[in-house]
Each structure stands twice: as C-alpha cells, then as structure tokens.
Design a protein around this ligand. Structure first.
Ligand code: SF4
Ligand code: SF4
Length: 104
C-alpha cells in the first residue's frame, strides 16, 4: 500500500538538507497521469497549503506529502501547463448538490 511505503527524498539547497516522508492518510486528493506530466513542479509551487514537494526524480510529478491538508482549491490543476496531467479527486461530501427549498 502506497501510504505504508516510506518515501524519502533528500534535497540539498547548498548547506541545507532535509528528508521527507509521505504522511499516511485515508484521502487521495490528487492523481497524476504520468504519461502527461513533465515534472515541471508548477503545481507544487502554487499550492498555498504546501502539501506538494518536488520529487527527487527529474521529470516526474511531485510527492503528495500531506494529502489530508488539501482543501481542494484547484489551483494546482489550473496552473498545470499539461491538461489532464493532474486531477482532483473530490471527496463525496464536496460533491453534494444543494437545491433550493421551494415554498408552497
Ligand atoms: S504542473 Fe502539471 S506537468 Fe507540472 S509537475 Fe504538476 S502535474 Fe506535472
Ligand atoms: S487543490 Fe489546492 S490545496 Fe490541494 S494540492 Fe492543489 S493547490 Fe494545494
């Protein structure tokens, strides 16, 4: 199971380095189409929740480090230059459709 798998990435920003683990979570807010994604990292840069971190594998999509923190704003999908490379998987509660109450 992917969430059980430790994902360790090391980044080296001159004299700063740290490692990253994916936090286990029951929600999967995003999915990537690896055939379309070019690994540009734009989605990670625009995410205001900072849940995405660049992969250490060049040309691949970012890691969803904190899936439970996504608030489904859609900014990452809108900013992606490759249509279909990243998709939002809205939870059921977000898909509810409110209908007006008709008075009699
Ligand atoms: S913005 Fe799109 S193409 Fe770029 S890394 Fe994210 S999903 Fe891939
Ligand atoms: S939908 Fe919004 S909060 Fe969620 S990963 Fe994309 S940019 Fe970040």
């Amino acid at each position: 199971m992917q969430n059980d798998k430790l994902i360790a990435n090391s980044f080296d920003f001159s004299n700063v380095s740290f490692s990253l683990e994916e936090v286990p979570c029951s929600v999967q807010p995003l999915s990537f189409d690896e055939s379309l994604c070019i690994g540009c990292g734009t989605c990670a840069r625009v995410c205001q929740c900072d849940i995405l971190f660049p992969s250490d594998k060049k040309g691949t999509h970012p890691i969803i480090a904190y899936p439970g923190e996504c608030y489904y704003c859609g900014a990452c999908v809108m900013a992606c230059p490759r249509t279909g490379a990243i998709s939002l998987n809205h939870p059921l509660r977000n898909r509810a459709k409110f209908v007006p109450i008709i008075s009699q």
